[in-house]
Design a protein around this ligand. Sequence first.
Ligand code: NDP
Length: 486
Amino acid sequence: MLDFLQELWKKSNFAAEITKRELKLKISTYKTTTLKPFDMDAKKVLEDLKRRFPNEPEYHQAVEEVLGTIEEEYNKHPEFDKVNLIERLCIPDRVYQFRVTWMDDKGQIQTNMGYRIQHNNAIGPYKGGIRFHSSVNLGILKFLAFEQTFKNSLTTLPMGGGKGGSDFSPRGKSNAEVMRFCQAFMLELGRHIGPDIDVPAGDIGVGGREVGYMFGMYKKLTREYSGVLTGKGLEFGGSLIRPEATGYGTVYFLRAMLKTKGDEVKGKKVLISGAGNVAQYAAEKVLQLGGIPMTMSDSNGYIYDPDGITREKLDYIMELKNVYRGRIKEYVDKYPTAKYVGDGAKPWFEKGAQIALPCATQNELNEEAAKALVANGVIAVAEGANMPSTPGAIRVFQEAKILYSPGKASNAGGVSVSGLEMSQNSERLSWTSEEVDAKLLWIMENIHENCVKYGTEADGYVNYVKGANVAGFMKVAKAMMAQGIV
Ligand code: NDP
């Protein structure tokens, strides 16, 4: 090789001065200088995003977490950098933003903002939930759509990533108001989605009721009966196990993590946050596996039941939240041995539990709470919500080497069964609960295996964040490479 290069140099004007030694030096310099530009500088990419899209801290946080863990793998593929793959993957394909106007029960006209982020469709139609909550803004939805892209990739199903929502809150609204809002929202959103384009589902504030109203308006607008939304009612194309899927999947993932330590859910006390869809079915699966849920919460505070939340008590919570749309503090009126802690308090400081399942919202578990969990003997944290742990909290869990799974891995059960709902709609068939549940279990265990494959560190500790990010990223990256610059 050296001789060949020296021969080439001899033919050039500089040939005479070049010795073998100098040439060696030039080659080593060539290696370092020409390979350098191929390195993804995660910090620079992030700074650039912050400059171009300021005031979107959740989006920056989600991107930072992913870039920090995939950098090593990315740098093994100089072909990615040549086509600026990382920026194309971080910035959404497109963002729709619109005004939603509706009439409240007093006849007054209200306006809200509506959004849909179509993040990436390299591996399938855009797919991701719709969130109705007063806190919703563009940055939060961009973080959710970004995360969704990796999560959907992990499921092995053909789904791209998207997310949408509005700063409208269904809390305290009448049924008729919720219907009018959902219809007005779909009047705008309807033109951007479709069963092979973008398939929304539920999220915070969007359950079966809201999905039903939006589906009705989409059907009317398009004169089409299609699987354009998932999370539909069973009577009109919904899948069995979809309401349960995120919570069940989170606990299936938890079980797989515990199994790596020869441990199980049975007999473990579990701190759960949230009292919505994910929290309810996480609690149900914990009970089925012999664990003991101790807490549940909403944005006002949490309840702690020293005797554990039994099946009967969980039924009460489900009725309270889903039928009467009540608040979690009402639990202590019914079960006075339990306590309620208000002022937005979180359940993470309660002692005596071995497991924590954050199932409410982003950044609900901070560094201080994480330290308390570790100090109080928690051995596993599985996220049911999206990005509930702050970066500081994640550091605490990983430094303590406890089992910790990020939402994009452990809460992927919901979108997985949404994917199965799309398959059933395309086939015009419905599968049994057993079939769907078996597929859900398989998918969750498969995601767990992939996390172990890509996330196991030299000392044997499984970094589930890294495992999920690398596994999710590689599939999307390869699909983007194959499809050219689009
Ligand atoms: P729900 O609306 O059914 O329930 C949300 C729960 O979290 C409620 O108890 C709510 O209380 C509480 N909550 C919401 N915002 C806050 C806040 N700022 N502080 C404290 N508590 C809060 O939503 P889901 O159960 O569907 O979603 C929960 C989480 O799971 C979200 O992060 C969502 O993105 C994620 N997720 C959901 C999936 C699904 O299939 N539904 C799929 C994958 C992830 P309150 O009533 O007071 O607002």
